[in-house]
Design a protein around this ligand. Structure first.
Ligand code: PRX
Length: 633
């Protein structure tokens, strides 16, 4: 197992070593894994290209590390504990032996359908065990998975399938989500109807049962394909830098991009970080409430915990079903030791009242985690007091889809914790603050743009099919730096506090969205001429979506117009992107070069109009007052 830091002294020592001699540090971690062939060189890198290679020449299969290597020592230990949406339905446990067998069967099933190394396989599935099994089955045979969160629309799914020219979509028939039964296969059918020429098979897992439309030749049942397969499947030999998966995420411009992670470095870093951030001990039950549709689920439900030989909980449901006590009921039932969730969930549950927490025995909890967005002070204290009973350190983990793993975080019971502070870099991570000209902002009690000056093993390698985009987005802004898109403060003691995005990306309920993406969706409405979307502070969601819309005719029924716009956004992207506020305006404040002055729109949406700055240089300063007068907040 990788190093597990146990004291502040050790953290300081290892951190220093990881900076002074990164190759030796990471070689030590990597040596704890099963390699088919050892690497020739620990790292080769050049941020200008960017070209980053870890464990160069090494050969491995990540599933041998997540499964096979545990069989002897902990084959009968629970690997995945699956908790269903319905609190009265039985919990399902897969031991490492069982999971190994299921993954091999699924891998053989995929092979029988012609899937080979390098093929892209899209998943559009709820949180059922078959999603984890399927993803691992891909990794077993060297197919590249692209998991699409099952809340995205048919259009969004089709866009992602086509961008990666996927050969197959794996989905469920229906999905249980709270009181709802969601027709998942129907969305896939709609995506196929929009045109996905590369898809040869839609593999359907029968989850809830219920009728589905069937396309002979295209559609195949999971059980028909997989149930009779052998429980042994040799793991494909993968190069350290072969692609493991693609995961789409939003940026400030254009369509979502496919972030590419590769096998060796991702494995080493997710395991190392899991092991240290959650201080996992043998026998612990670890629960991350994320969805596998996001990076948190990839790194800290599936790969990190399994490679570390942990027991990882997978939850099908939602935090408020059947009531706002569900998380705590599950913590009590499964005796969860490490609990990892998002601030938006904490805020939503906090708002429902303490009566939903009281009465549950949460004494098994040792460590609490937070991820995805800044956690505000009030939520932090509630989490600390009501859930952790003041005894569980909170790890406020900062990272991104692109970073693959947690980069800045407290280490529980090792470094201190402070509300709203992600705090300290992980060993091997070298963050810096920069001013807008790219100069280093040194010392403490300072603020700047957050960048990283040295590679870490799980960092983004490219954006699928468009390497230039990767270069322009992350590596062109500042020379020889990975730029995160976030602004941060370093406090007097050197702790990092993430302030939030400095680009046109917003974070709604921990879901990352590009404002341009939402605008493009809104503009699909036939009566919309132009729109501008900004984030605004929202009590539960962290940020809400505020859209300013210009119509091509007088809007007589504003409510109906808003509903139509929301429907268009749901169709183009999915319900997670629907605007909370839609203000119809006669114009948008623009500079003389035609650029929308978002700064003004952000201020109005935040009801902070006392200091709008100089608006006299605008092309149309008169619209500013109109926008303020009709603001919805
Ligand atoms: O703005 C930061 C915010 O989420 C962004 C990354 O989003 P995504 O790629 O979807 O990954 C989320 C899960 C890792 C970051 O650029 N963010 C993430 N974690 C934190 C955070 N902001 C503040 N504090 C955090 N702990």
């Amino acid at each position: 197992m990788t190093l597990q830091i146990k004291s502040l002294e050790e953290y300081n020592k290892e951190y220093t070593k990881s900076v002074e001699n990164p190759e030796a540090f990471w070689a030590e971690q990597a040596e704890t894994f099963t390699w088919k062939k050892k690497w020739d060189k620990v790292v080769n890198w050049d941020f200008r290209e960017p070209n980053v290679n870890w464990f160069v020449g090494g050969k491995l299969n990540i599933t041998e590390n997540c499964l096979d290597r545990h069989l002897e020592e902990r084959g009968d230990q629970a690997a995945i504990v699956w908790e269903p949406n319905d609190p009265n339905a039985p919990t399902k446990t897969y031991t490492y032996k069982e999971l190994h067998a299921e993954v091999c069967k699924a891998a053989n099933g995929l092979k029988s359908l012609g899937v080979v190394k390098g093929d892209r396989i899209c998943f559009y599935m709820p949180m059922v065990p078959e999603l984890a099994i399927g993803v691992l089955a891909c990794a077993r045979i060297g197919a590249i998975h692209s998991v699409v969160f099952a809340g995205f629309s048919a259009q969004a799914l089709a866009d992602r399938v086509n961008d990666a020219t996927c050969k197959m979509v794996i989905c469920s028939d229906y999905n249980n989500r709270g009181a709802k039964n969601i027709p998942v296969k129907k969305v896939v059918d709609d995506a196929m109807a929009l045109g996905c020429p590369s898809i040869e098979t839609v593999l359907v897992h029968k989850n809830t049962g219920g009728s589905v439309k069937w396309s002979e030749g295209l559609d195949k049942w999971w059980h028909d394909t997989i149930d009779h397969q052998s429980t042994e499947c040799e793991a494909e030999e993968m190069d350290s830098e072969d692609m493991l998966f693609i995961l789409y995420t939003s940026g400030s411009t254009g369509k979502p991009k496919g972030v590419v992670h590769t096998c060796g470095g991702y494995m080493v870093y997710t395991t190392f970080s899991f092991n240290n951030v959650f201080q996992y001990q043998a026998g612990d039950v670890y629960w991350c409430t994320a969805d596998i549709g996001w990076i948190t689920g990839h790194s800290y439900i599936v790969y990190g915990p399994l490679a570390a030989g942990a027991t990882t909980v997978m939850f099908e449901g939602v935090p408020t079903y059947p009531d706002a006590g569900r998380f705590w009921q599950v913590c009590e039932k499964l005796k969860v030791n490490q609990f990892y969730t998002a601030p938006t969930a904490i805020r939503a549950l906090m708002a429902k009242g303490d009566q939903f927490v009281e009465g549950y025995d949460l004494s098994s909890l040792k460590i609490l985690g937070s991820v995805g967005e800044p956690i505000n002070e009030e939520a932090w204290h509630w989490y600390d007091k009501k859930i952790g009973k003041g005894n569980c350190p909170i790890v406020d983990t900062w990272w991104q889809t692109e970073t693959g793993g947690i980069l800045i975080t407290p280490l529980p019971n090792i470094t201190d914790t402070k509300p709203c502070h992600a705090s300290y870099p992980m060993p091997g991570v070298q963050p810096v603050l920069l001013d807008s000209d790219g100069n280093l902002v040194e010392g403490n009690d300072v603020e700047g743009l957050l960048a990283v000056k040295y590679p870490w093993p799980s960092m983004i390698r490219t954006t699928y099919g468009d390497h230039e985009r990767c270069k322009n987005t992350y590596f062109s802004m500042f020379e020889n730096m990975y730029f995160t898109g976030d602004g941060a403060r370093r406090d007097k003691e050197g702790r990092y506090r993430i302030i939030g995005r400095v680009d046109d990306v917003i974070n709604v309920s921990g879901h990352r969205m590009g404002t341009a993406e939402v605008e493009n969706a809104i503009n699909e409405h036939k009566n919309v001429v132009e729109s501008a979307v900004v984030g605004y502070p929202h009590d539960i969601k962290g940020q809400g979506i505020y859209a300013y819309v210009i119509a091509n005719q007088e809007v007589t029924d504003v409510d109906a117009f808003r509903k139509e716009i929301v429907a268009v956004v749901r169709k183009e992207i999915g319900p997670i992107a629907k605007p909370d506020m839609i203000q119809v305006v006669s114009g948008l404040p623009k500079t003389r070069s035609g650029k929308i002055m978002r700064r003004i729109l952000r201020k109005v949406a935040s009801s902070d109009v006392s200091n709008l700055g100089d608006t006299s240089t605008l092309l149309n300063p008169e619209v500013v007052q109109e926008i303020i007068d009709n603001a919805l907040v």
